[in-house]
Design a protein. Structure first.
Lengths: 541, 260
């Protein structure tokens, strides 16, 4: 049972509030750029909205959800109250304060630099300070996860760490290390300029530091989803987890190879050598492994559920699955979206193929499939699964949940497939205005309109999600019982030391980062004349 | 476990071995074999290829450096370099500006087809004075007046003209032509207001509203022909070259008729 329900609910609600606001902004951006609406005349409004959308979706939503899920998993899987609750509240306060401090300058048009910062563009210092505060809040969470695991290990010497907690702490350590890149960029490069102490910035080096964060942050977003795959889905659909150690291996692999691969975002950047781009590309290919392990393990677990429910034959088990169960729907949709998104990702990481799709709407389609599709749909599922345990009330509006998941899934497909298509046609992303009367762009008009419709479906789904959560707070009180996790087919008796701790994987993670990032960073820092004048945005508006 | 036991652990051996192996193969392929195999490069030996793959700057080929045909601007503008302009600076600028009044008007508003300076962005005035002095913006009329100005004189003049009020509007703004509103992205033309202040301001660009029509047209034509070439990254030359004569006329007429 989670003991600090209010703490966890506050994290969930702050994350979801940012999510819903950003969802509205996202659909607005799509609409005003489409042929359905005349050119708004001021690109700044578009970039302001994109900055708000990205900041809320990329920093606020996943960080807060990871923190909420982390606290929940700690208390339920370790079966002991969270140590450091006061610190946890302080972390939440920092995240809340940071969100407000970051969003205000964005709303005022003083920080329309997009969530990826894009130096030499420089916005209001408060925007960056707000982001730093959110990250600081999440670092408190990282420390608490580590401390709680350590205390549990001291109380239970020689015991196998429960799988949810192992995965949870792996996610926390991954975030701690990957957020260092953006933190260095913000504290030592961007903030001194934003505060007026310096007027130039090494944009190339800043992009290298951001790439340090930019790819592994996606795997941090992914962690709650993968935790749900392994520890919630098999239980929720009446099956068994096919393999507990495989889950640990997948998360250990994420620690090593999710991290030092960010240069595949810099394939078109001149400041990184071709050799390092190749090195990062190879490790990006390896990161497919933990996902393949996961897809195999979870599919096998789902098959077990189908067979336990009486399914027979090669495909008979599929029909026997509990298709009216929202978690069953969510994991299916998530896998389909992950499949398409992952296939696109393999194209992006290939040096030459990337040249064709680099900075086109294809990329927007790709990361919406992965994050907004495969990842966020499991955030919904997690919330549905945990809500009764947090509110102490029954959550039984299954029809509404299914409608929400179906609309999100269909909306995401209708949204992202046309994006991929126009990306191949060469439509650049992050442009405020497209002249569809130009013969070269006319072909893109209809796919763009279709994706606006997809966005509208997704928006409706977002509000259905809100309706489900609110109905959960208003339902009749009901004792939800003990929160249970998936049981493995072979519950682990003795776990190898390597899969019961993190020392080996953290050492490999740091070591590989040094190999892949060390030289490019030192070289750029040692090269004179690489700084350019900063460009203040919203200077004299 | 001590270090020796750690090394004997097969998990440690396997994971470290595999990671090192993948990295080693990738390094050999990415830094040695692929660069050497690329036939279109002109590396001088293996070490040169490795350094290039690592991102080291190559040596410039001797004698092959192309010199620009015209001297471009050397001015570096930063957002804080002209702030804050105090009253003394404005006063000194007012005195210095007495010699500008013949063409630019007593209060910075020209009746001679020269640009209006009242309320112009200080960065723009400072940069143009610098460019005229250095020859980056050639002008037979302005050069003798500017050649002896000090850096502080130019800052003072910029402060003074920025301080003067713009001419108040006395007629409604005309409708904005399409080229001004949205530019033409397919021809690398941004909307004018994205830099010139109506939408956003990029330091170094000029306030255009209310300027004499003949002056604006001459300047755009000079950018198009390359006769004027002191835009920092060549952006105005690209834009002016890619505008049709009709669009040039529309844009110029719009700005000349729009109240400053």
């Amino acid at each position: 049972m989670p003991l600090h329900k209010r703490l966890i609910l506050c994290h969930f609600w702050l994350g979801f509030a940012g999510f819903l606001a950003a969802l509205v902004l996202g659909e607005w951006q799509m609409f005003i750029r489409s042929p359905l609406h005349a050119w708004i005349g001021d690109p700044e409004w578009y970039y302001r909205a994109v900055t708000g959308h990205g900041t809320a979706m990329a920093y606020v939503l996943p960080t807060l959800i990871a923190m909420a899920v982390g606290y929940f998993m700690t208390e339920t899987s370790l079966q002991r109250p969270l140590t450091g609750v006061r610190w946890a509240w302080m972390g939440f306060a920092l995240a809340l304060l940071g969100t407000i401090v970051a969003v205000l300058p964005v709303a005022a048009g003083r920080a329309s630099v997009l969530y990826t910062f894009y130096p030499p563009l420089i916005g209001s210092a408060f925007y960056y300070i707000g982001i730093v505060l959110v990250v600081l809040g999440s670092w408190i969470w990282v420390a608490l996860m580590s401390v709680n695991l350590r205390l549990w290990k001291r109380e239970n010497p020689g015991q196998t760490v429960p799988l949810p907690m192992f995965m949870n702490v792996a996610g926390a350590y991954l975030w701690a290390w990957t957020s260092v890149g953006a933190a260095v960029e913000l504290l030592f490069q961007i903030l001194p300029v934003a505060l007026g102490w310096r007027s130039t910035i090494d944009a190339g080096l800043a992009r290298v530091f951001f790439s340090w964060t930019l790819h592994a942050i996606v795997y941090f977003w992914l962690m709650p989803t993968y935790i749900a795959f392994y520890t919630v889905v098999p239980r929720a659909i009446g099956g068994r987890l096919f393999s507990d150690p495989m889950g640990r291996v997948a998360f250990a692999l994420f620690l090593i190879v999710a991290m030092p691969i960010g240069a595949h975002h810099l394939f078109e950047d001149p400041q990184v050598g071709g050799g390092f781009k190749y090195l990062h590309s190879v490790f990006t290919a390896v990161v497919v492994l933990p996902t393949l392990i996961t897809v195999f393990t979870i599919s096998a677990s789902v098959e077990l559920a189908g067979r336990l429910r009486g399914g027979k034959g090669l495909f008979g088990w599929i029909g026997a699955l509990p298709w009216r169960n929202p978690i069953m729907l969510a994991v299916t949709f998530s896998f389909v979206l992950l499949g398409f998104g992952g296939a696109g990702g393999v194209i992006n990481m290939s040096y030459q193929l990337n040249t064709t799709v680099h900075n086109t709407q294809w990329i927007t389609g790709h990361f919406h499939l992965i994050f907004a599709g495969a990842i966020v749909i499991m955030y919904f599922a997690l919330a549905y699964d945990m809500w009764p345990h947090l509110t102490g009330r029954a959550l039984t509006c299954y029809g509404l949940m299914r409608a929400q998941l179906w609309t999100w899934f269909i909306g995401m497909l209708v949204l992202t497939f046309p994006w991929h298509w126009v990306g191949i046609l060469g439509m650049p992303r992050r442009m405020a205005f497209y002249d569809y009367t130009d013969p070269n762009l006319a072909l893109e008009a209809i796919p763009v309109i279709i994706s606006v419709v997809g966005g509208a479906i997704v928006l409706v789904s977002g509000f259905l999600f809100l309706a489900v959560l609110i109905s959960g707070h208003r339902a009749v009180r009901a004792e939800p019982g003990v929160y249970r996790f998936s049981v493995a087919v072979h519950p682990p008796q003795r776990m190898p030391a390597a899969l019961n701790g993190f020392g080996l994987w953290l050492a490999l993670m740091v070591g590989l980062t040094a190999v892949n990032y060390g030289f490019p960073i030192v070289h750029l820092m040692a090269t004179p004349g690489t700084a350019v004048p900063a460009q203040q945005v919203g200077l004299l508006r | 476990m001590n270090l020796r036991e750690h090394l004997r652990d097969r998990w440690v051996a396997a994971s470290v071995g595999l990671t090192t192996g993948v990295a080693a193969v990738a390094v050999i392929l990415g830094f040695v074999i692929l660069p050497v195999m690329q036939s279109y490069t002109n590396y001088v030996g293996l070490w040169d290829a490795i350094c290039s793959a690592a991102g080291m700057l190559g040596r410039a080929p001797a004698g092959a450096v192309v010199q620009p045909m015209q001297a471009g601007t050397q001015v570096v503008l930063t957002p804080t370099m002209l702030q804050p302009a105090d009253a003394d600076s404005v006063g000194r600028g007012a005195t210095l500006a007495l010699r500008c009044t013949m063409c630019h008007g007593a209060r910075g508003l020209s009746e001679a087809g020269s640009p209006n300076l009242a309320g112009q962005y200080p960065f723009y005035i400072y940069k143009q004075l610098k460019d005229i002095q250095s020859g980056a913006r050639p002008s037979v009329v302005m050069y003798p007046l500017v050649v002896n100005l000090s850096d502080q004189d130019m800052r003072d003049l910029a402060a003074f003209y920025a301080y003067l009020p713009r001419l108040p509007g006395y007629h409604p703004a005309p409708p904005r032509p399409r080229i001004v509103v949205s530019g033409a992205p397919m021809r690398s033309i941004a909307p004018c207001g994205a830099c010139h202040g109506a939408l956003d301001y990029k330091i170094g660009s000029a306030w255009l509203e209310g300027q004499p029509e003949s002056y604006l047209l001459t300047q755009l034509q000079a950018f198009a022909s390359g006769a004027r070439h002191n835009d920092i990254n060549g952006q105005m030359r690209v834009i002016a070259r890619n505008m049709t004569p009709e669009e040039l006329r529309e844009a110029v007429a719009y700005y000349a008729q729009t109240p400053p």
